[in-house]
Design a protein around this ligand. Structure first.
Ligand code: HEC
Ligand code: HEC
Length: 163
């Protein structure tokens, strides 16, 4: 048979294998960290959220252009077509009074690259990109290292090589 005619069969066999394995998470050791060992049709009981961290400590950023996380509570802050509570403190003409970090100039640039006098609609809904933090243990491990840590490792390694 010509190889091209075989392609749908190969696909079908692959799909069957995927289905068989997907139905046996315990046998393959696959457990969704977010769901635990709860059967797929059953709802899980997530732990209740506590109050988000409100220590006012600005957190370091891990990479260029990372939106900074929010170091204060934002519960109930109104953001709609009438009012943006965040801009009440974070607008550049308010920050001298509120001592909030003014939103950066990027937040005033529209999609055509034009600098506006007011916040750009692209940056209006702050919580699309910025998040208050919950004081919980992450359910999925994360070995992310920022560029400074990697550069230091590389420098240490080359130092060790020279000795
Ligand atoms: C009552 C004033 C006030 C309001 C309202 C407010 N903030 Fe803040 N925000 C601050 C201040 C002051 C800081 C500086 C750190 C601190 O003291 O908490 C800050 C810090 C931040 C930071 C950290 C900036 C950085 O560079 O690390 C982010 C992000 C932020 N706020 C986002 C928001 C968002 C999003 C909202 C709306 C949901 C909001 N803030 C509403 C006062 C405010
Ligand atoms: C589309 C994503 C996005 C939205 C929406 C957004 N931001 Fe940001 N914000 C960023 C990114 C990315 C950065 C870091 C790079 C930069 O300054 O552009 C940032 C930086 C900031 C900073 C730190 C400024 C500095 O000079 O250190 C503050 C404060 C902030 N944003 C507040 C806000 C507030 C308040 C809103 C809503 C009015 C908002 N952002 C909406 C992505 C976003």
């Amino acid at each position: 048979m010509h190889l091209r005619k075989l392609i749908p069969f190969i696909g079908l066999v692959g799909l069957c294998c995927a289905c068989v394995f997907a139905q046996q998470p315990a046998a393959t050791g696959l457990v969704d960290a977010a769901r635990g060992r709860v059967a797929i049709p059953d709802p899980t009981k997530p732990p209740p959220l506590t109050n988000s961290v409100n220590d006012d400590q600005r957190r370091p950023r891990n990479y260029d252009m990372q939106p900074p996380t929010i170091p204060h509570r934002v519960d109930g802050y109104q953001i709609d077509k009438n009012f943006n509570k965040c801009m009440d403190c974070h607008a550049r003409d308010k920050s001298a009074f509120t001592l909030a970090v003014p939103v950066s100039p990027t937040h005033y640039i529209d999609r055509d690259g034009k600098a506006l006098q007011q916040i750009s609609t692209r940056r209006y809904f702050c919580l699309q990109c910025h998040f208050a933090q919950e004081p919980v243990q992450p359910i999925v491990g994360n070995g992310f290292e920022n560029v400074d840590a990697l550069a230091k490792k590389a420098a240490d390694a080359s130092q060790a090589g020279k000795k």
